[in-house]
Design a protein around this ligand. Structure first.
Ligand code: UDX
Length: 466
């Protein structure tokens, strides 16, 4: 891989602008992409909302432009609806201040010469439109899987054919046009209003991609061969699958919460592949009774564990609560066998040899990080793309098990034993997970698919003109 903008010989260094959606699962891949392009010689400017603002001091080589005016997420108990509303609100509120700040940046003549494009999250259609209105070329980053974006593009068809909005009685029906999905893997909404909002957010994300100069995806060809081929067939814009980004990028951590690195020392003292890592990402939540079942299934499984219990994990808890309280007797029962932290350095945890299984909500970043580390998963998806990601993990790739229905400790203990134990099921999952780990490594190796796509992306960006 070469670099662009040979400043030593006086060539100008081109600048790429970034605008992430202000959520952890979207910020991480955007910063990883920024790190990757910066390492290839591009200067980086990050525009960002005030909500979940990144810590500029961790990225001294980048310029940061705060864009005021965004709103806070709503307090709807329906996390899907609250997130959809917030995505639309961020677009609305940032539109005018972003236009002003981008125009000011372009005003500086040298900057105008330097700016190559804006890379924005595909959920920020309004901001991509603003950039194009100022003649800045745009690229859209989708932070989910290729399969997920494929069903985004198929959303009108799914509604026309009656798959959506999903009816309770249809959840097991296969979506024959989009295997391996079943109706229950598609996002469910609680009301007609929420469905209309989902439709709007998805059609805007598709428009963001089709009106841009390219789509960037955090995935790799060997993982989603058919899905990527289908997107390339159906979309009129170039598709760059450049994942796994966290493995390609030298970016500093963009974690919004402080990561407890002490757990890495604790992992050092554990036997290889013995620890169950439990984390449900940054947004998923659970009821107090599910927390209890989770705690006792972990305790009763007898396996060493590392559990991320982040503030806000339990629905209805007061916002001031630092960490959800665990059931009486949990610490005494598990004493010396596990560690509970508020937030972990997850990529390093999953890559640690002591970790043998991951109980996850199947957010796309978590799924990809687990695939790259060769760690089999226990899937407990909550909302959005997570059910579809889980379907791929346990059904298509067969590197995990799923936990359906009521969370009940006996059932979970059995699943943990199957995942972590020496039996046939666990052995087969581990074998397949290691195969995927190898194909992820190959994709970013010299002449690997993602490595070649990074070169193509760099050339594409270099060819873009204001
Ligand atoms: C959200 C949605 O839930 C997810 O389905 C979608 O694909 C992306 O947006 P999130 O819930 O945060 O994301 O999950 P995920 O995509 O897995 O991202 C979480 C990120 O936080 C990962 O990069 C993970 O490494 C990091 N993390 C998680 C930590 O750094 N520490 C932790 O303790 C837990």
């Amino acid at each position: 891989m070469g670099t662009v903008g040979d400043t030593a010989t006086g060539d100008r260094c081109r600048r790429v602008l970034f605008f992430p959606l202000p959520y952890q699962g979207h910020i991480n891949p955007m910063f990883q992409l920024a790190g990757l392009l910066h390492a290839r010689g591009f200067a980086v400017t990050v525009f960002h909302a005030q909500f979940n603002a990144p810590d500029a001091s961790r990225h001294p080589a980048y310029d940061f432009v705060p864009v005021p005016g965004d709103s806070m997420p709503g307090d709807s108990p329906d996390v899907v609806q609250a997130t959809l509303e917030h995505i639309l609100a961020v677009n609305r509120a940032c539109e005018a201040p972003f236009r002003e700040r981008l125009a000011a940046l372009l005003e500086q003549q040298r900057a105008r010469e330097d700016v190559a494009c804006l890379v924005a999250d595909a959920h920020l259609l309004t901001l991509l439109d603003v950039a194009r209105g100022l003649r800045v070329p745009t690229l859209a980053l989708r932070t989910g899987s290729a399969a997920c974006f494929r069903w985004f593009t198929a959303f009108p068809m799914l509604c026309d054919k009656g798959y959506l909005p999903a009816q309770e009685s249809q959840l097991d029906t296969p979506v024959i046009e989009l295997p391996p999905y079943g109706v229950g893997d598609l996002p469910s909404t609680s009301s007609a209003a929420a469905h209309a909002q989902l439709r709007e957010v998805i059609s805007r994300a598709v428009a963001a991609v089709t009106t841009s100069s390219g789509l960037i995806l955090n995935t790799f060809d060997a993982l989603e061969t058919d899905e990527l081929a289908s997107l390339r067939r159906d979309l009129a814009v170039p598709v760059f699958d450049v994942g796994p980004l966290h493995k390609l990028s030298p970016a500093a951590s963009s974690s919004l919460l402080r990561q407890d690195r002490g757990c890495l020392d604790w992992l050092d003292a554990q036997a290889p592949a013995s620890v169950l890592y439990v984390s449900f990402g940054s947004l998923a939540s659970m009821s107090a009774s599910d927390l209890k079942e989770t705690a006792w299934s972990i305790a009763n499984s007898g396996h060493p564990f590392l559990w991320v219990l982040r503030p806000g994990l339990v629905r209805g808890a007061p916002p001031s609560q630092q960490q959800p309280p665990l059931p009486d007797g949990f610490h005494a029962t598990t004493h010396g066998r596990g560690m509970v932290v508020r937030w972990a350095p997850q990529e390093e945890v999953l890559a640690h040899p002591a970790v043998g299984g991951f109980w996850t909500h199947c957010g796309w970043n978590s799924t990809l990080e687990s695939v790259c580390a060769g760690v089999p998963m226990l899937c407990r998806p909550c909302f959005g793309d997570q059910k579809g990601n889980a379907r791929y993990v346990y059904h298509a790739w067969r590197i995990g098990l799923t936990l359906d229905g009521e969370l009940e400790r006996g059932k979970v203990e059995a699943a943990i034993s199957a995942l972590m134990g020496a039996g046939e099921t666990g052995a087969e999952l581990r074998r397949r997970a290691l195969e995927f780990k190898s194909s992820a490594a190959e994709s970013i190796g010299e002449a690997g698919s993602s490595c070649l796509n990074v070169d193509k992306l760099v050339n594409h960006i270099q060819s873009l003109q204001l």
